[in-house]
Design a protein around this ligand. Structure first.
Ligand SMILES: *Cc1c(COP(=O)(O)O)cnc(C)c1O
Length: 449
C-alpha cells in the first residue's frame, strides 16, 4: 500500500498529448462542433470544460474529492502469485484492485468529482442511468456525500433481475425508476412503439438526459464513455505507476475490460503517455464481450450516445445506437459505443482490442477466484480472460512478460451469474455480421435522412 500522501493531486488528461486529437463531438441540432456552452445544459460547467480540454495534460483534483478518495485510496496493487502458479506461466501478473472502494468498483472515482462540481455550482439534483447498477450505486452515494438529490433510471431488465443494487441505491437515498418508464417523453415514445421493451443503457440515458434538461437546477451525470469520466479514473493508473516502480517493474502489457472505456483509460493512459513521449513500447489491450463487439467489429463513425438521439453526436467505434445487446451478465459492458478518445487511439494503433465469449470470461473469473480469493465482477472477468490469454502465450514463448490488469470491481452482488455458470446454464451469444451491418446502415440512413 502507498501512504495517503501518495494519492495523486492531479488527473492526467491524455487529450492534451494525443498525436492525433479526437474528432470533435457535434451538436445534434446544428451539426457544428460542440462548445462548452452546449454541454452546460447537461453537465456541471467544470465537467463540461474538462470534457473539451485539449491543452492541459494535468488537472487539479479538488481537495474535498481527494479527502473522499483517501477513505479508500490508494487501492492495492497485487502480484497475482496464485494465478501465475495455477497457470504455470513465467509471466509476472499484477492487478490494481479497484474492488475495495466502498461501492465495490472503480465507478466511485468519477462519481465523487461529478457530484462535487454540481454542489459547488449550486445544483440541487442529479440524474443518471445505470445498467447493472454499479454506476447508479456510486452516484447515489456520491450525491449523498455532497448533499444532492439523485434520480436514477435503471435498465428495466436489471431493475427486475438484480434487485440488490436497486436496494443499495435506495439505501443511499436515491429515487430509482425502471427504464423505459412513463415518466418522460422519451420513455413514453419507446413504450408506445415497443410495449415490452426491456430497456437498455440507450433508453435509460435518454430518460435521464430529458429529466435533466426539463428540470431547473438539475444536471445529468454519466459513468463511462465521456472524456472527463476517464480523466477522473486516471488516479488508477497514476497510483499503479508508482506502485509498479516500488515493485521494480514496468508493464509490458496493460489489460482492462471495456464498456465505454473508463477503467481501461484510467489504468492505461498514464502508462500510454510514456509510449507517446518517452518511447516505451507497452501494449494496451481492451477486452470487450463477444456479444457487444464495438471495438473489434464496429465501425468508426458519428453516432448518438443514447436511443432517442438527445446527446451530442460522438465520433466513435459503434454498433449503432439502436443495437440491442444480448442480456449477458456483464451489464457494464453492454453499451453500443466506445469513448471518442479510445476510438481515436484504436484507429491510430496505440491500443488493441480483443473480444471474449461469456463462458471464457466466467472460466477465467472462477480460476482467478479460486487462486486469489476474490470474486471478480462479470465485467472484470473479461480483463482476467484476456490476461490469461497473454500469460499463456508466455508459456509457449518462455518470455517473462509483466502483465498489469484492472480488477474493476468485485462480483459479490452477481452471484446469481456464477450460479448459472456453475450449473452449466450460461451460453455464448454470437452476433452475425449481417446484424451489425444492418444496424450501421440504419444509423447512417437516420443521420442522412
Ligand atoms: C461499469 C463497469 C465497467 C465498464 O465501464 P468502463 O467505463 O468501460 O470501465 C467495468 N467493470 C465494472 C466493475 C463496472 O462497474
Amino acid at each position: 500500500m502507498l501512504p495517503e500522501s501518495e494519492i495523486p493531486t492531479q488527473w492526467y488528461n491524455i487529450q492534451a498529448d494525443m498525436p492525433n486529437k479526437p474528432v470533435p463531438m457535434l451538436n445534434p441540432k446544428t451539426k457544428e462542433p460542440v462548445t462548452p456552452e452546449d454541454l452546460y445544459m447537461l453537465f456541471s460547467c467544470e465537467a463540461s470544460e474538462q470534457e473539451l480540454n485539449m491543452t492541459d495534460s494535468w488537472i487539479d483534483i479538488p481537495e474535498p474529492v481527494r479527502e473522499m478518495y483517501a477513505n479508500y485510496r490508494c487501492t492495492p496493487l497485487v502480484r497475482a502469485y496464485g494465478l501465475e502458479e495455477a497457470l504455470g506461466t513465467p509471466a509476472h501478473i499484477y492487478f490494481k484492485n479497484e474492488s475495495v472502494s466502498p461501492i465495490g468498483s472503480h465507478k466511485l472515482n468519477s462519481a465523487l468529482p461529478q457530484a462535487y462540481y454540481c454542489k459547488q455550482e449550486g445544483i440541487t439534483n442529479v440524474t443518471t442511468e445505470t445498467g447493472a447498477g454499479q454506476w447508479g450505486a456510486a452516484l447515489s452515494y456520491a450525491a449523498k456525500v455532497f448533499g444532492l438529490e439523485a434520480a436514477v433510471y435503471q435498465v428495466k431488465v436489471s431493475y427486475e433481475q438484480k434487485p440488490y443494487r436497486r436496494s443499495i441505491m435506495q439505501t443511499f437515498g436515491a429515487q430509482v425508476t425502471p427504464s423505459p418508464s412513463m415518466s418522460t417523453r422519451a420513455g413514453k415514445d419507446i413504450l408506445t412503439l415497443y410495449p415490452n421493451h426491456q430497456g437498455s443503457l440507450g433508453t435509460a440515458i435518454s430518460e435521464a438526459v430529458e429529466l435533466a434538461m426539463m428540470t431547473p437546477n438539475c444536471k445529468y451525470t454519466l459513468g463511462s464513455v465521456l472524456s472527463h469520466v476517464t480523466l477522473h479514473q486516471t488516479v488508477i493508473g497514476l497510483e499503479a505507476e508508482k506502485q509498479m516502480e516500488l515493485a521494480g517493474e514496468y508493464p509490458d502489457v496493460v489489460v482492462a475490460c471495456f464498456g465505454g472505456g473508463s477503467n481501461f483509460g484510467g489504468l492505461a493512459f498514464p502508462f500510454m503517455r510514456h509510449n507517446i513521449k518517452d518511447g516505451k513500447t507497452t501494449r494496451f489491450v481492451a477486452a470487450e464481450p463477444a456479444s457487444c463487439p464495438k471495438l473489434t467489429r464496429g465501425e468508426f463513425c458519428y453516432d448518438y450516445g443514447d436511443e432517442s438521439g438527445y446527446t451530442p453526436l460522438i465520433p466513435m467505434f459503434t454498433l449503432g445506437h439502436n443495437f440491442r445487446p444480448a442480456n449477458i451478465h456483464a451489464g457494464g459492458l453492454r453499451y453500443h459505443g466506445a469513448g471518442l478518445v479510445a476510438s481515436q487511439l484504436l484507429k491510430d494503433g496505440l491500443m488493441e482490442a480483443v473480444d471474449i465469449e461469456q463462458i471464457e470470461s466466467f472460466e477465467a473469473g472462477t480460476l482467478f477466484a479460486a487462486s486469489e480469493g476474490i470474486i471478480p465482477a462479470p465485467e472484470s472477468c473479461h480483463a482476467i480472460a484476456a490476461t490469461i490469454r497473454e500469460a499463456k502465450k508466455c508459456i509457449e514463448t518462455g518470455e517473462q512478460k509483466t502483465i498489469l490488469f484492472c480488477l474493476s470491481g468485485h462480483g459479490l452482488i452477481d452471484m446469481a451469474a456464477y450460479d448459472q455458470y456453475l450449473a452449466g446454464n450460461l451460453i455464448n451469444n454470437s452476433i452475425s455480421d449481417e446484424t451489425i451491418a444492418s444496424n450501421i446502415k440504419e444509423l447512417k440512413d437516420s443521420l442522412n435522412g
